[in-house]
Ligand binder design. Structure first.
Ligand SMILES: [Zn+2]
Length: 500
């Protein structure tokens, strides 16, 4: 069944008219995704087929590095498991904050269920609070008096070169960005969202991201939300998406990595983390992000005024979007996207097709770093690499196999980026540009080409420097040396071109 709400065609800076506000109540949504609360057996059976762990296929290798799940844990499905993490001496607090709650039983009391949905991050906060330790992360997003500069920036929030790092420094949190976008679309009024509940929800979202993760933190979430907004404004989407679609897309974007522990799925699996058991080694992180946002929605009651079936549908559809960000399912989504584009049969008046495009938009937003201008893209590249390397450091310290891309002695930011662009980002954004052939799509592809060339130039320069044992030349860093990129260092980095 179609969603009743249609996005009001309004200039974004004008208030929503009264007649739009009075339509709350009878929303119903359609989707083929699994119901909230249990893993979808279809997904479990179909998910991993295309990627072989031992494959020499280069795209598969890259996807494997970023999120493979084939290293099966020996433990079975134990949703209530509470055990000590095997690496207690690791200064890796977010994986250990569950210690001490093992007495929690499988009780079905609602309070217990809510408690189990507490994120690592908030469990850490609450345990600190109980021990009398003050909060370390100041949250000022409830304040109205953010600077004029932040306000100025928000007026240009639809620009692709929006500097999310600066915005984060100015506002000390991403909640403001999401709030601004929801307001701008008139969604707060349209869905009659309680403003206090909404703020509380956004503050908790902010808190549940781990600020000590170099990459998977609240700034990344804000960046993905901003990118998602840019895509939602693209003509094909703007002309067909409903208000519900937009609400869903924005909330999914800001929560899609909620409570990310800063390590990847293979790490959780090989360390027998209980989340890996809970989600049967399948989309472990994405399932956790999804269930974390469901916990927040229920705790804050943000949609509690909606009919129960509508809020359940919302939770389910959020899950469907967030689960689509699992990079190990990249080929599955990309293939489906290509088939639709080849057959020209995408019909955005159909709810299912709109939902699929939202999934693709979120996937693009999630990995759009290479498509940003160099100054922004470079910072993201350094951050994500540092997160990989920190994982590698832990693995080395505990004599575990160092995951691909995680060894700081054999990898560089440049070769990781060039591989990622070649095998993951370029194929996706090429298809996105085929779907939405706009100035933004061309801009993104243009940035990606330049960034790749720049990393290539830097790699070449670095190789020359290390070979000759003397400082490199004054060659332009953006000198189009992409074809030689990655030839100089890591054996883990695949070479050649993707067939895509
Ligand atoms: Zn992400």
């Amino acid at each position: 069944m179609e969603v009743c709400y249609q996005l009001p065609v309004l200039p974004l800076d004008r208030p929503v008219p009264k007649h739009v506000l009075s339509r709350r109540g009878a929303i119903s949504f359609s989707s083929s995704s699994s119901l909230f609360g249990s893993p979808d057996p279809r997904q479990l059976s179909q998910r991993r087929g295309a990627i072989s762990y031992d494959s020499s296929d280069q795209t598969a290798l890259y996807i494997r590095m970023l999120g493979d799940v084939r290293v099966r844990s020996q433990v079975g499905f134990e949703p209530e498991r509470r055990v000590s993490h095997p690496y207690l001496c690791i200064d890796f607090r977010n994986l250990h904050t569950r210690l001490g709650c093992s007495s929690e039983s499988a009780s079905s009391a609602p309070e217990r269920r809510v408690h189990r949905l507490l994120s690592f991050q908030r469990y850490l906060h609450s345990s600190r609070l109980l021990r009398g330790i003050p909060q370390q992360i100041p949250l000022h997003i409830l304040d109205e008096d953010y600077t004029g500069q932040a306000q100025c920036m928000l007026e240009k929030v639809g620009n692709w070169n929006f500097d999310i790092f600066l915005f984060d420094r100015l506002t000390n949190g991403n909640g403001l960005l999401t709030f601004h976008l929801l307001k701008q679309y008139g969604l707060v009024e349209l869905f009659q969202l309680d403003i206090v509940k909404l703020w509380r929800f956004l503050v908790m979202v902010q808190e549940d991201y781990h600020s000590d993760n170099p990459y998977h933190n609240a700034v990344h979430a804000a960046d993905v939300t901003q990118a998602m907004y840019c895509y939602l404004r693209e003509p094909k989407l703007a002309n067909s998406l409903t208000s519900y679609d937009i609400l869903l897309g924005l909330i999914a974007a800001v929560t899609h990595d909620l409570d990310h522990p800063g390590v990847n799925q293979p790490f959780l699996i090989k360390t027998d983390h209980y989340l890996a058991s809970l989600y049967r080694n399948s989309s472990v992180l994405e399932n956790h992000h999804w269930k974390s946002v469901v916990g927040l929605l229920r705790e804050t009651g943000l949609f509690s005024h909606l009919p129960p079936e509508d809020s359940l549908n919302m939770e389910r559809d959020l899950g469907s979007l967030i689960l689509a960000t699992d990079i190990s399912r990249q080929n599955e989504y990309l293939t489906r996207f290509r088939v639709h584009l080849d057959q020209e049969n995408l019909c955005l008046s159909k709810a299912g097709h709109r939902h699929f495009i939202l999934q693709m938009a979120l996937k693009c937003a999630d990995i759009c770093n290479p498509c940003r201008p160099w100054e922004l893209s470079k910072q993201w590249s350094e951050r994500v690499t540092e997160e990989f390397f920190q994982q590698g450091d832990i693995e080395k310290k505990h004599k575990l196999d160092v995951s691909p891309l995680c060894n700081r002695e054999t990898n560089t930011v440049g070769n990781i980026q060039i591989g990622f662009m070649t095998y993951v980002a370029e194929p996706l954004f090429a298809e996105w540009a085929r779907f939405s052939d706009t100035r933004l799509s061309q801009t993104m592809l243009g940035h990606m080409g330049l960034n790749k060339a720049t990393w290539g130039g830097l790699q070449q320069e670095q190789a020359l420097t290390s070979e000759e044992g003397e400082p490199g030349t004054d060659a332009e860093t953006a000198g189009g040396a992409a074809t030689t990129a990655g030839e100089s260092s890591s054996k883990e980095i695949p070479q050649g071109n993707t067939e895509s």
